[in-house]
Design a protein around this ligand. Sequence first.
Ligand code: PMP
Length: 438
Amino acid sequence: MEKKVSYDAFWMPFTANRNFKADPRIINRAEGMYCYSDNGTQLLDATAGLWCVNAGHGRKEIGEAMAKQVAELDYSSPFNFGHDIGFEFAERLVSFTPPGLNKVFFTNSGSEAVESALKIALAYQQAKGNTGKFKLIGRELGYHGVNFGGISVGGLTPNRKGFGPLLPTDHLSHTLDIANNAFSQGLPEHGADKAEQLEQLIQFHGADSVAAVIVEPISGAGGVILPPKGYLRRLREICSKHDVVLIFDEVITGWGRLGASFASEAFDVVPDLITSAKGITSGVVPLGAVFAKDEIYQTVVNSAPEGAVEFFHGYTYSGHPVACAAGLATLDIYQREGLLERASGEIGQYFQQGLHSLKDIPSIVDIRNYGLIGAIQFAEPQDGKPIGFDILKRCYDKGVMVRSMGNTIALSPPLIIEKQHIDVIVDTLSNIAKDIPA
Ligand code: PMP
């Protein structure tokens, strides 16, 4: 295929630039469950882009709502001015959030939602008079975006190293335990006791110094690591006991991925703050949000003198009217088509059965899944070089787009997926996996 444009200027994120530019994978069109490469090859999108295109590609209603909004109000400052669509979207959003989380702080991405949540947690502790509570606790293999707060609490080593001193943090262990939980369907049985580490870390640092704990209910970028049964509930108890703010980073797990609006609902554990992005607009336009407990909002707001700004934080594009219009249209689709619950029904079951049908392939050491998120972990190759990216390329050549991390392949298809698409994903992975030495 002859190149139409130069690939020189674009410094690509989280990509081996030289390698990619020598052998590019260019997607110029997408519709429904499919993307199309520049030579017209149809590619089944088994990852909903980057875990975000939950309503499927090319949803015209979203584009139409955005065009209408541009014609009506393209932009207005969110500092000291408001617009109805921002307030309307916020009200609509909190009809989906867990009980009590009825305030929304808008951002433009998941990374910004994380920074905002960490700062809200710190501001809340200060407003409450907990003046020594500044430490933040994250988790090994956690991914919380790429800004400085997010990489400080994050637990993926390559994302942290080389950027100098980070914020004062500590980290819980991750909960991946292949020895005891391999091939669990849904939440694993073993390992809830790992939550006790939080008690130990809080004792070690002193409860009067720990402000917040942030975890992804299911770690995505770290390899789709599921919480053992009872683990998140125990974290909740320990945070409540020590007045530590519990943040669920639901940038991936929100908006139907687990068959509910949020993981909090699916797992029946209510945190103090939730971060959101991606599926909030089905990936069509950047938008993120933090959902906060009413008590957190009231404490911060009421701590400032009447007439004074209460929280010195915000973005030029917080609650951008065009993004809010896209978000409202996305929520309409989710509700009209029952997409938020879909992963908890027959299609989620079919996805689970399909993935676990690969169990006996010798090169596969673990399969993990919940709702419409899944992972297949391959044995570490003899030479120690991770095999995931090689599998990604082989899948691409066979018309299926997957995500790779180390020796793991992650799947998170659009929520509109049908059984025949799952069959194609499973067959493709099966054929490739059978060719890989154990
Ligand atoms: N948190 C989690 C759990 C994520 O998975 C991501 C993105 N994959 C982010 C935060 C960062 O989101 P963004 O890339 O929109 O900044």
